[in-house]
Write a protein that binds this ligand. Sequence first.
Ligand code: URA
Length: 264
Amino acid sequence: MSLPREERLKSLGMWPVWRLREGGVEADAVAPVSSCASASLAPKPAAGAAERERAVGGDYARPPDLDQADIADMDWDALRQTVESCTRCPLHESRSKAVFGVGDVAADWLIVGEAPGAEEDRQGEPFVGQAGKLLDAMLAAIGQKRGANVYIANILKSRPPGNRDPKPDEVAACIPYLERQIDLIRPRIILAMGRFAAQSLLLTEASISSLRGRVHEYRGVAMVVTYHPAYLLRNPADKAKVWEDLCLARNTLLSSQSKSNTGD
Ligand code: URA
């Protein structure tokens, strides 16, 4: 006998459900949240390779087989093929499949996670496990869905064994791929999910709670930081904060669209 829907969603940590309501986006969130309010802007400088090298210090090892400048010149197909056969860091030895990313290559929304987990490593697609289901629900709450105006990628394209934290030299080896993806997609908004993605992109050790609630900038694209869906599965009470972050991202995107429509 199957469980009622509410029970099933509760067991996934996904209840209360977030819904798109008529006339706008609102959530049935844990804490009372209302409609999306206006965005606050606090642009941050984009992270460059030299800064990254300094930030990761002694752990940084420039990968030998491929120069960063080569990656920066690649078209989408070449980039995908290169990632799928990449040996720039030792993670290629233990991965099943590299996880390039999925979605609309002309998307306004870019979602950036940490690294593939076990299921993603098997399937070669990001966010296909439990955290991915919650990410899909979060996207639905703001009227978006995987594959349509949304692209999903990770900082690392290969799974760290046992889901351990990525190492600085793995990030240094892999991040040129994400940078090229961003330059080719040119999204209007980046949503960095989780401490690791936020800190890797912004080259900071600041806490996620201090990075949330404002608009950063990465490679000339507005960026909002929020909690990782896997964290949210463990801490559903923070769903209301994530809703605020989604609203901030959505409002930032809408205001950039209206500026480009009026030619500002
Ligand atoms: N967590 C991530 O950060 N990325 C995935 O693709 C899956 C889980």
